[in-house]
Design a binder for this molecule. Structure first.
Ligand SMILES: *[C@@H]1O[C@H](CO)[C@@H](O)[C@H](O)[C@H]1NC(C)=O
Length: 357
């Protein structure tokens, strides 16, 4: 091997510098696209952005939780509100006020415990037994009648637990939503086109989301909510659509209503995790416990088959879960362990939990 001339060495290091520089910029761009959490926790290369971002005024969002007065909805709301209060003032949070939008038409026994705004349900029978059809109507009424200080709204659900302080993931008039793998507008062309005709744009203009979790400007939601309501009622009244979409009908209705307004969402996979499918909490923000978690005592997932150890919200349709649920056996993923621990912490600390409201 001959000695490399100094000229070549200089060229080489310059080349390396540019490669590193480009890589770094790519990483920084990628992190910016990933959003605030990455910036806040990023390395020294993003330090400038950190301090800039941290010194900016907070962009608070109001947490709006649609709920009914059923015991099943109530205990979930109590757990949800407990974790909201714990996360709200932690660093990185841009959580503002909280409202349980109660769409059963009259006050219930949680009015003192949780800030609540009572709205009317749909007229008797209009939901055809599909209770979530009340959600868009609840938002329409709440946005119209309530005084909401924040410029942004988080649409949340009772089975959400804040597992980290949540920043405002929206950017200006670009709302943020969670991409659901089963919302596939392009694969349901015939149905979707009934509500999103071709002159409105390609099917890819419809985001693969539901209304929750979504963080969106209040002014945008005020425009979208009435159309969301209209589309969801039309869908429910159309037997073919009702059959095709089933329990995700109201999610499609929101996705389409926002697309009709030309609104695109920033898709944030880290918005929430859904045990037992997602295994780690990491830097995500919400645990959504909609799926049952069934395991053998060896810690093996037995999904669809009742496990020797289980946590399933549907076990508590008529009664709130007792305090101090047993923790999962060894080998069960962190997401599930965290979920049960968080439910236990909430129930241990909520005054009067055992009255089973
Ligand atoms: C919770 O249950 C465990 C057994 O599963 C028990 O050892 C523990 O003392 C209980 N804690 C409280 C606070 O009741």
């Amino acid at each position: 091997m001959g000695r490399a001339s100094p000229f070549i060495l200089v060229l080489l290091s310059l080349g390396c510098f540019f490669v590193t520089y480009n890589l770094l910029t790519m990483v920084i761009h990628y992190q910016s696209a990933e959003g605030d959490q990455e910036l806040i926790s990023g390395g020294s290369s993003t330090h400038l952005d950190d301090s800039k971002r941290l010194s900016e005024p907070k962009r608070l969002f109001h947490v709006a939780l649609t709920a009914t007065d059923a015991v099943y909805s109530k205990w979930q709301c109590r757990v949800m509100y407990y974790w909201y209060k714990k996360m709200k003032d932690m660093e990185g949070s841009e959580m503002g006020g909280f409202t349980r939008v109660l769409h059963s038409g009259h006050p219930d026994n949680l009015m003192e415990e949780i800030p609540t705004f009572v709205v009317d349900p749909l007229p008797e029978g209009r939901d055809q037994g599909y209770i979530v059809l009340n959600r868009p109507w609840a938002f329409v009424q709440w946005l119209k009648k309530a005084t909401i200080e924040e410029d942004y709204i988080l649409m949340a659900e009772p089975d959400h637990i804040f597992v980290n302080p949540l920043p405002n993931l929206a950017h200006g008039s670009d709302p943020a939503g969670f991409p659901f793998f089963y919302i596939k507008p392009s694969e349901n062309e015939k149905i979707v086109r009934k509500f999103f005709p071709e002159d409105k744009g390609p099917l890819t203009a419809i985001d693969p989301i539901g209304n929750s979790p979504v963080i969106i400007q209040k002014s945008q939601l005020e425009k979208i909510a009435p159309i969301w309501m209209k589309v969801s009622l039309q869908m429910k009244d159309d037997p073919e659509t009702d059959k095709a979409f089933g329990w995700v009908l109201e999610m499609y209705a929101y996705a389409i209503a926002s697309a009709l307004h030309g609104v695109r969402h920033i898709l944030r996979k880290d918005f929430m995790i859904q045990p037992p499918w997602d295994l780690k909490v990491g830097k995500t923000f919400i645990i959504h416990y909609t799926y049952g978690c069934d395991y053998s005592l060896e810690g093996k997932l037995t999904y669809g088959k009742i496990g020797e150890w289980r946590f399933d919200k549907r076990s508590y349709l008529r009664n709130a879960p007792p305090r101090n649920l047993s923790l999962p056996p060894p080998g069960v993923p962190e997401s599930v362990v965290t979920l049960v621990k968080m439910v236990n912490e909430a129930t241990a600390n909520i005054h009067g939990w055992e009255d089973g409201r």
